[in-house]
Design a protein around this ligand. Sequence first.
Ligand code: M3L
Ligand code: AKG
Ligand code: FE2
Length: 418
Amino acid sequence: MWCRRLGSLCKVPCLLGGSIRHRSPWLPCDRRTVLAAAARWRHTAPESLKCAWQLHGDHLELRYANTLMRFDFVWLRDHCRSASCYNAKTNQRSLDTASVDLGIKPKAVLCSSSRVRPDGHVTRYGLEWLVKNSYEGQKQQVMHPRILWNAEIYRQAQVPSVDCRSFLETDEGLKEFLQNFLLYGIAFVENVTPTKEDTEILAERISLIRETIYGRMWYFTSDFSRGDTAYTKLALDRHTDTTYFQEPCGIQVFHCLKHEGTGGRTLLVDGFYAAEQVLQQAPDQFELLSKVPLKHEYVENVGDCHNHMIGVGPVLNVYPWNNELYLIRYNNYDRAVINTVPYDVVHRWYAAHRTLTAELRRPENELWVKLKPGKALFVDNWRVLHGREAFTGYRQLCGCYLTRDDVLNTARLLGLQA
Ligand SMILES: C[N+](C)(C)CCCC[C@H](N)C(=O)O
Ligand SMILES: O=C(O)CCC(=O)C(=O)O
Ligand SMILES: [Fe+2]
């Protein structure tokens, strides 16, 4: 049974809605023959080629807004936004998906009929909603818009630091800061009172602080109070932190409270920029780095501190549907014995790791900054690597880790895509 009646909504194509009446166990369908004969393109209006659909044996094919989409029938039933299937107040599904017949088929597809007879369950979808939420639509989009940088690109962009008061007291200041942070993976706040307490207030403005084995707010000097090279005066090559957690910390905040001596500059490298170069030069190496799981490990036995952490995952982590990078796990100090990779793969992995390392080490990709009291640095620890130059004298840094979900939450609440 096909309906090509057009409701009043159809006059505005972007508001077109489609309705699907599902064949469900509680509503036996006798329209199989109609469905079988239905596999040809249908248009919402004879003169409009903007939207067309075709019903196949197990899915609905829809062409709209230059996107060809295919919707599985169970998917369509599962995403029904009717009052009995979805609670619009809580934005939660009420439908028990497991109760949907996996062989479900729509009884009819109607284009924006204003009068649908109340037999069977009716599911309505807006075309825009379908485009936005289809696999094909998502594939064309990035989850996180970013500007990949090397030192020159970052300098040219002249990204401003945000003033501490504006950051703390205005939504505009906070939004500007977060926008910079999301685009570049680093952002600075200036004129911060150089204390641990004031740094904590900053952190709490955008997120929950992630307490770890290093505490909530940490404070460190080169006193080797912990069994890690960070607590010395030695240089630290570029790395991301807490690679040995199953979920590495999302953001790291650094605030240098004091330095009387030389050296100690901070190195920042956009890991995604380097990975992108690997993808261009050697896509198979990129793939290897994104597929081969490795362990990172933290073993500490110094004073009263006894810890043993293990995190497993590939160096490059990508969303499987669009290959977009979302996390780089790179720390050659903390990388554990490789025992998760067979010998013939491991050699190719080392070659791929070498290619990535060469990109990460290109001098033109290195951004060097000297952290000074009053200037707090936020680093996206899932994207930007940090390191430091060896130093002399007394140097005191404070900071903390933030939970990524909560930073992104704040950004979304301010209207940013995160
Ligand atoms: C930042 N803070 C000094 C607290 C900890 C440093 C952790 C260092 C560790 N090797 C890692 O990369 O995870
Ligand atoms: O001392 C520094 O500037 C940074 C050390 C470091 O890598 C860290 O604390 O995670
Ligand atoms: Fe670090």
